[in-house]
Design a protein. Structure first.
Length: 178
């Protein structure tokens, strides 16, 4: 393979890896089991500090997810990727927001950290073989606003404008139904 072909292969591999990370973030935010399964190898392991286990245990933990977490959003930053044949080491910065129902009130919390992912390419497909979460900071932003009031003093014209982990409008959007 010539240098240009190798560069193109590396570019495509990095793109497929990033797509996998994006697919997983969306799957976790929407609690979409198919997207999550498409991001991990079945024999993968994860360690989030507050949870450690194989894929089946991780899947049971994240799907359906805690009913107390009504909304999440994982904002992905840069990824640093080192390719090594059919494996890769990837560090991706993440800021994850969680709206948590505490029983008496909902609170907005946010975590900043980094995913350390071990990727493997099997049969031409890149997926996560192992993930460790590093926590850089955490902030409790306090009591959440009441979505029924809209934002900035202006009411929403439809209830579906506020995001949520389950029943989010974006699911229908990607199915082509508005």
């Amino acid at each position: 393979m010539d240098a240009t072909s190798e560069d193109l292969r590396a570019l495509l591999d990095r793109d497929r890896i990033r797509q996998c990370i994006e697919r997983l973030a969306r799957g976790e935010d929407r609690r979409d089991g198919a997207m999550i399964k498409a991001a991990y190898w079945p024999d993968s392991v994860t360690d989030y500090g507050v949870f450690q286990g194989d894929f089946d245990a991780y899947y049971a933990w994240v799907i359906p997810g805690s009913d107390a977490i009504t909304n999440t959003q994982h904002v992905l930053g840069q990824s640093y990727t080192e390719l090594d044949g059919d494996s890769a080491r990837v560090e991706t910065h993440v800021v994850s927001y969680h709206r948590v129902d505490m029983g008496t009130e909902e609170r907005d919390t946010v975590i900043g950290g980094r995913y350390l992912d071990l990727f493997e390419k099997r049969d031409g497909e890149w997926r996560i073989a192992g993930r460790t979460m590093l926590y850089d900071w955490y902030q409790d932003w306090g009591q959440s606003i009441d979505w029924s009031q809209g934002v900035m003093g202006m009411p929403f014209s439809q209830e579906w404008f506020s995001g949520r982990a389950n029943g989010d409008r974006s699911v229908d959007f990607f199915k082509g139904s508005n």
